[in-house]
Design a protein around this ligand. Sequence first.
Ligand code: PLP
Length: 415
Amino acid sequence: MISHAELAAEFGTPLYVYDLDELAAARDELFAALPEEFELFYALKANPHPGIVRELRTGARSCRAEISSTGELTAALAAGFTGADCLYTGPGKTAGELAEAIGHGVRLFSTDSVTDVRRVGAVATAHGVVADCLLRVNSVTASAATSIRMTGVPSQFGFDSETLIELLPALREVPGTRLAGMHFFPLSNADEASLIGEFQHTIATAAELAAAAELPLRYLDIGGGFAAPYGVPGERGAYPTLRGELAVALDKYLPSWRAGRPQIACESGRFLVGASGTLVTQVSNVKISRGRKFVIADAGINTFGGMSGLGRLLPVAVGLAPDSRGEQASLVGPLCTPGDVLGRHIALPPVEPGDLLSVPNTGAYGPTASLLMFLGRPAPMEVLVRGDRVVSASRIDYRRVEHVLPAKFESTEGI
Ligand SMILES: *Cc1c(COP(=O)(O)O)cnc(C)c1O
C-alpha cells in the first residue's frame, strides 16, 4: 500500500486515508455474518463520503442506504443509489425534506410519531404516490426486560411499544401511506452475546406486536449495533454464531421469513467503515508544562471526534500502536480551547515537531461528526486508496457562504 508519509507529502495534513479494499472486506464480512436472506443498510451518518458510499453499494452483495437528511440523500444519489434503495429515518422530518426525498423516488420511511406518518402521507399524496412506513418501535431493551422494572427509556425516537396499539387505528387510515412493518434500533457498538440477546428480544417483540395489533409485517428492520474500535488500535467485533442464532429466532417467531414474509434487514455504520480510515496528523510542537508532556498536532476536535469532545457522541481516547519506546503524553489539537484533546496521558512514541502520527480506525464519525468550522481551519483532506492507487482526493469546503438577504432588507452597509 502507498505510504502515509507519501500521501501526507502530496496532500498535506491533517489527512484521512480511506482504504477501499478494507472497506470491501468489512462489507463482505458483515454480509457473511448475517443470513443470506437479509438486507443490510449502510447508515450514511457514519461517513457520507460518496466514494465510501459507492463502494458499499457495489460488491456481490451490496448495501442499501439509510439516510436522514437532504444532504445524505444527495450523497446516496451521488454514489449511484436510487431513491428506491433508501430508507429515510429521523424524528424531525420536515415537509420540505420529505418532498425532496419523495421527488427522488424514496418510498420507504421509518416513522416516529402519528404526526410524522401524517406528514409523510401528505407529501406522498401531493406527489400522487403511496409511501411505505415502518413504525419505529421504542421497546424495552432485552437487558431492561430481564431487570425488575420493565420500562423503556423515554426518547424522541419511535413509538413507545406500550402505547403503539392504541395509536394504530389513527395510523392505519393516513392517506398516501401504507404500514409496511417495523424498525428497531435499540443499541450500538455491542459484543456478540449482547447483540444476539437484543435481536432475539426484538424479533419476539415484533412478532407479538404484529399479532396483537394485526399489523401487516412485510418488512422488519431489526437494527444493528455491530462494534468497531474508534480511534484506537483493535479489530472489528466478531460474530461467528450470529447467523445461526438469528435463523433460530426467526424460525421460531416469524416462520415465513425465508420466503421474505417479512423481509428482514439490519443496519450498520461504524462496523462497515471504521477500520477503513486512518487519520494522519503532523506534530507541530512538543512541550512540557509542570512536568506533563503535551504533543500538539494539527488535527484536533475540528478534525476527529469533535462531538465527543463536547461529551455528546462517542468517548474519544485516541491510541496508537504500542511502541516500546513509548512515553506518556497528552495528544492535543491546535484549537484555542482546553477541550481540544484527542488523548489524555496516552502512550505515544517519542516525537518531534514535523513527525507524523497515524491514528487507526477513524473511518467512521470522522470529519462530518467533528467541529469542522470551529476556529476556522480548513477541513481535513480525504484521500481514497485502493492498493497502491490513489482514486480520489477531496476536501469539504465549509467556507462557501450563501448570501440570502432579500432586497427589501437592502442596506447601504454592503456586508
Ligand atoms: C446511527 C445509526 C446507525 C449506525 O450506527 P453504528 O453504531 O455506526 O452502526 C444505524 N441505524 C440508525 C437508525 C442510526 O441512527
